[in-house]
Write a protein that binds this ligand. Sequence first.
Ligand SMILES: C[S@@+](CC[C@H](N)C(=O)[O-])C[C@H]1O[C@@H](n2cnc3c(N)ncnc32)[C@H](O)[C@@H]1O
Length: 266
Amino acid sequence: MSRYQPGLSGPAGETAAQASTPSLAVPLAQGETATAAESRAPLKPSDAVPLPDYLKTTYSWAYLNPVSRALFDQWFVVQGILWGNAGRLVRSVLEEVEPGQRVLQTACVYGSFSNQLAEHLGPEGALDVIDVAPIQVHHTRRKLQKLPQAKVRLADAAAPGDGQYDAVCCFFLLHEVPRAYKTAIVDALLETIRPGGRVVFVDYHRPHALHPLKGLMKVVFAALEPYAHEIWDEEIRQYATRGEAYEWRKSTFFGDLYQKVVVRRR
Ligand SMILES: C[S@@+](CC[C@H](N)C(=O)[O-])C[C@H]1O[C@@H](n2cnc3c(N)ncnc32)[C@H](O)[C@@H]1O
């Protein structure tokens, strides 16, 4: 199994430990973790978390460009990309988390995913959204400004910060990252949950052999998503280095084109 090596394929030049160390001088409120304080702080150039190579080379058109961000961040666009399944997939995440819980969302998502998640957690809950791209952090902070239980900060999902969350939601991120990065992210997220807590992965899955969209999805992946075929060929569980320490449950949707994998820490 290929392994993620900081500085080569991942957050270049930075170890996971360095990346997870909050770098901002924000005074901590009573009982507040450094990570939570970091999510309140304005971004400065010195806070930069290196952009992974795959994001710059493969996905800059989708996530780093303000015009496409404005175009894609519409509910009907997200519904179209997911063949009308966006609402159902979001609901499948919400049913795994409870109001009042402390939850990590591992990357910004176009549409209303974060807003629905924060509303579901309620004022007693806490949602930490991270993203490696400053443009996405700024934008999502604006989207969530009326939901004080939600905070957005700059971090790589492979080094998400000081953890112990009740739940972690990883929504359509894994198919976009190279194989070694998949393992780095899965391992890091499994580490951040408390005993009894859950990581919820929602992503693509190998569709049924007779799925009418299978051929078209192959073309889309070949053209735009060079790392997505891996998630058709392997189980998410295979990315975990210490998967046996967790309970795994998988369900699929829409002729198996999508999957939800729920991992519970014993
Ligand atoms: C969640 S993924 C795909 C979501 C889905 N396609 C949508 O509808 O938005 C897109 C986000 O992941 C972020 N991202 C990519 N690699 C990341 C990483 N290693 N850590 C944190 N965020 C990452 C990108 O900056 C982008 O905002």
